[in-house]
Design a protein around this ligand. Sequence first.
Ligand code: COA
Length: 329
Amino acid sequence: MTSRAARAGVTALGAYAPPKVITNSDLEKVLDTSDEWIRTRTGIRKRHVAADNEFTSDLAVRSVEDLVARHGEGALDGVEFVIVATNTPDALFPATAALVQDHFGLKAGAFDLLAACPGWIYALSVAKAYVESGQYRKVLTIGAEALTKVLDWEDRSTAVLFGDGAGASVVEAVPEPYGLKSIVLGVDGGGAHHLHKRATGCCLPNGEPLSDTLYMNGREVFKFAVRVMHTSTVEAVEKAELSNSDISLLVPHQANSRIIEAARELLGLSQERVVVTVDEYGNNSTASIPLALKHALDEGRVEAGDHLLLVSFGAGLTWGASVLTWGGA
Ligand code: COA
């Protein structure tokens, strides 16, 4: 009889947001906007912003330092691979993950992963496959973002929404009943024109020029987000052979409190079973779920054995959802 390979789970977590904060009232002074508009349409009150000389790799390193501070010096022992999910790498090459590998002197392979805001869930999925196949035993899985460096600060429809930050996790084998029980990933590239930023290309396949700064069709992304937050979470819960009543906590991508609220209602979860940090951080993309999870842990809202439902959406248009049964370290 062959036994099933051990399931992968998250055994350590850390996160970091830069200390510099821009409040809605700061933005009122430089943009045709208001605290009231931003709060009622998005739930955001402030966002954390990287310093001029602070980039995605710096934020990623800080989140790993937080992980080590929480879990001890040995937390990185035996890390064999580093993944940094990011939309704002320091450079097109080398990978930001290589800079993190070097900083901590890890004997590991490393690459960056670009799947927009659900990038950290995509990275968990890759790490899970590495661990469960036996290819690598311990994977450092980071979501890090310096999005405020690619914003058009004169465009009120996007400048008010985003912030910077990073979250890091260790993925390795965990005993039953813990670990990543399901992963659902998807993309609809037909929606690429709704949210983009230029790298080396000039335009999309339909001829639409790519924007030098972050471009977003907010209304279309909103409708898409509400739809996939629901469909992907339903699928993730089914795949984990659970029901919504088993979910202890929804830890969603923090883009807009109205989107989170719609997802909560459609899933039939009470407000206490949802983590909301968008008021504090704005949307910091791949960092938003690990940062929110850190808050929930610090507030004592997560216990070993809890089924956490993670879900995110973003440019692509992509989505990702996962059921993570917390614990097993
Ligand atoms: N301050 C004041 N007014 C603003 C504004 C701002 N910061 N941004 C836009 N407006 C104005 C618009 O110009 C528009 O004015 P008009 O009616 O005179 O044309 C009005 O507010 C309504 O704009 P609209 O885009 O319809 O607002 P909305 O209710 O859809 O909210 C978003 C806009 C961006 C907050 C919302 O669409 C959203 O959150 N979308 C999803 C974005 C997202 O999650 N992105 C992340 C992907 S990872």
